[in-house]
Design a protein around this ligand. Sequence first.
Ligand code: MSP
Length: 597
Amino acid sequence: MRTSFPFVNRVRRVVCKPQQSRVISPVAAPWQHLRVVALRHTSTRPCQDSGSSYVTTPIFYVNASPHLGHLYSAVIADCFHRYKLLRAYDSKFATGTDEHGLKIQQAAEAAAKDPLTFCTNVSGRFRHLFNSCNISYTDYIRTTEPRHRRAVQHFWSLLWDKGLIYKGSYEGWYSTQDESFLMPTQVADALDSSGKEVKVSLESGHKVEWMKEENYMFRLSTFRLPLLDWLRGNPRAVQPERFHQAVVQWLQEDLPDLSVSRQRSRLQWGIPVPGDPEQTIYVWLDALVNYLTVAGYPGGHDRWDGVHHVIGKDILKFHAIYWPSFLLGAGLPLPKAIHVHSHWTVGGKKMSKSLGNVVDPLERSRTFTTDGLRYFLLRQGVPDSDCDYTEDKVLKLLNAELADSLGGLLNRCTAPALNPGQVYTRFCSQSFPREPGGQAAAEDYRMLSSVRSLPAAVEQHFESMHVYKALEAISACVRQTNGFVQRHAPWKLDRTDVKEQRWLDTVIHVSLECLRVYGTLLQPVVPEISDKLLRKLGVAKTARSWADINFLPRFQGLDCPREGRALGSDTGVLFGRLERQNVDSHKPKKNKKASKL
Ligand code: MSP
C-alpha cells in the first residue's frame, strides 16, 4: 500500500478496493534509455558556482486573494535572490500566477466574469502585494501569456515525439481544489459542512470526485528508478532532509502513469493539446513548465541549469516526482535543489475562509511595516515544521529584536551625546590590542570572534534557505554587541582624560563596525531597515556587498577607510516600537459563521 505523506493532517482512512487507473498498455519502449539519461544527472561532484543563479517561487493560483502563506514562499525566494546579488551573482528570480485549470474556470464562473478578466484582476493583486513587500522578482509570469503557451506546447510535442505520452483513459479520484489525481489509498471518508458523506484527499482534506475519461497519459512509471538514482546521488536535491526522505519513501511504491490532459468539454480554460483540440493540457504540466518559459524555453534557455525551486510542502509530489520526470523525459537538466517549507497556521488552526482566520499580508504589512512582516516570517518560519502566527508573537519579536536590540544599539552609537562629532570614531590599538592587555575584557575578544565568523555562518544558512538560523545568529551577535557597550558604559567615561576618550572612541568604532556587518548581512531580509542603518553609518551603496564586509580591519593592524569619516545624516528611528492597541485595532474580524465553530 502506498505510504501516505507523513506531514499532512490525518483524516479518517477508508479501505477501498484497488482501482485500475489506466487501461492502455505501452506498445513500444523508446523511453528505456531514460535510466542512462538520469544517471548523467546524478554526479556527486559538487556544483561549481557559475556566477549565475535562478530561483523561483511556485506560481500562485488566482482563485482567491493572496494570504500570508503565499507571501512567505515569495519572501524566502526573494531573500535568496537578494543574497545572491550581494555575492555578485547574476541572479534571476521568477514568480507569477497559475491561471488555468478547472478550479480557476469554476471560480470565474462563480464570480460571473470571463476567465481572463477574472485572472487579470487577481494576478494584479498578487503583483501589487509583492511590489509593496519589496519582492524583487526579475520576471512575473502569467500562464495565460502567449510565450508560456508556446513553451508548453513545444514541451508537450517533445514528450509526444519521444513516445512518452500516449492516448489512454483514466479512471479514478480527482481533487479539483488540488488539481490532483489520487490513488484509492489516498482517499478517505468525511462529512462536509452540511453533514453529507463525501470522499476527501488524505493529503489535503479537500473533496475528491470520481472521474472517468479518455485522455493522454504520461509514462511516469518509467521514471521511478531514474528518480531514485537522482535522489540517492544528490542527497540535497530536496531540502530539508525529512522531505527528501518522504519522496524516496513514496518512490518505494509503484508509480502509475499520469493523466496529462482533460477533455475539452469539461475543461476549456487551458492550453489545447497540440494536434487534438478536443483535449486540454493538465494544469500541473502547464504550470510546471512556467519555470522553463521564464528561462527562455524553447529557445536560448541556457540559464536553465541549476535552478532552485522554493515550494510549500503541499506541492512536493508535483515538484519532486512529476517535474523531474518531465524534465528527464525532455532531456533537460534537473533542478539543483527543491527547498520545501512548511505551513503557517493561525492561532493553531489551518488558515481558511470559513474560519475567518485568513491573514491578509498587505493589511498586516501596513501595521507591522513591510520589513517588520518580512523579518517575522523569516525569523519564525522553520521549514521543517508548521509555525503558528499570532499578533502577540509578532509584536514581541519585532519590539525586542528590531526596535530595542538593533535600533537601541544604533541609537547609542550615533547619539550626539556620545558621538558629538557625528563621525566614524577612531580605533586605538593600545586600548584594544590583538592580545589581551589593554582595556578590553575577555568577553570583548569573544564578541569580536563571533562577529568575525558571522558572515560565513550566515552564508551557509542563506545558501540552504534556513533563514531563521541566519537571523538567530545575527540576533545573538547584536545582543553580544549591546553587552559590550553596556559593559564599558562609554557614557560614564571622562572625556577630558585622553586615555578614556581613546577608549570611548574605540568602543564606538567597534560597535559601528559590528552594526555595519549586521546591516550588510540583513539586506536580503529587511532591505529598508538595512538601508536606513547603513545610510546612518555613512556606508555608500557601492560598499555594501558581501565582499565589502571585512570586519574591523584596524584590529588586524590594517587601515580602515571609514575611520574619521562623517556619519550619514539623521535617518530617524530605525524601527518604531509597536504599541499593542494599534496592532489589535487591525485584527481581522471573525465572521459570524466562524465564531460559531
Ligand atoms: N499553483 C500551484 C503551484 C504551481 S507551481 C508550478 C499552487 N498554488 S497555491 O497558490 O495554492 O500555493 C502557492 C504556494 O503557497 C505553495 O508553495 C503553498 O505551499 C504556499 N502556501 C499556501 N498556504 C500556505 C500556508 N498556510 N503557509 C505557508 N505556505 C502556504 O499550489
